[in-house]
Design a binder for this molecule. Sequence first.
Ligand code: DGL
Length: 272
Amino acid sequence: MSETERKQQPIGIFDSGIGGLTVAHAITELLPHEQILYFGDTAHLPYGDKSTAAIQAYAVKICDLLVKQKCKVILIACNSASTAAFDLVREYVGSKAKALNVIEPVIAYVGENFPDKNIGLIGTKQTVNSNVYRKKIDDLNRNITLNSVATPLLAAMIEEGFFNNNISESIIQAYLSEPALQNIAALILGCTHYPLIKYQIDNYYKGQVAIVDASQIVAQHVKDYLESQDLAAEALTKDHTFYVSDFTRSFEASTRIFFGREVQLKHYPLWE
Ligand code: DGL
């Protein structure tokens, strides 16, 4: 493969559904020359309530497709899958692609910006119960205290289109009023669906708490990686492709909200 061909390989991104499109969108904004190959595992949504073993099995199947399509990077744009399957994915794809996740760039950001502070985290049960954020933040040795609360209704609520309305307001308020999420300097949005309710969360805290949105941070991390390896694409020569493992029209409509523009989904079942 020539050097130009290597640079023009797509970036593979996957999530349990359409949440990872918040990250994919940030990447297309920051890196407009990159072709995206997105996989939403809508047949198995939500990942947040699944066992680690199940998420690992889905992730391996998805990586088979992304490797076959010659992705130079495979980004797990889902916190639940990043906690359950990142080490396995990295080993599985080996030298065929660079495996990245949405957690490590956020940990580095928090370490730099919030030493000696109390920080909150909200995410799925899988993400919070795995304790991955806590372990990685403790490893930084920056005297950061992390208070985590599982907020399992939020991703489902957003998928159903409930954001910026009274129902989402009440659910967000019920979760954020947990004592563990008071007196914090920053709140990590530990689920790629949550950027869609970022403004409601910001309103709840009256702008007094920094809201850590992974999408921008991860997009910058991908850019830094590509540039450091001289792997950044020089021009967008092929369309982005969006696969889902289970197709519904309503999903196609929601993808527009997550991605911020028209998207056509292709049906690709993981198991025939
Ligand atoms: N987007 C997924 C994440 O970041 C959560 C949704 C799910 O439970 O599948 O964890």
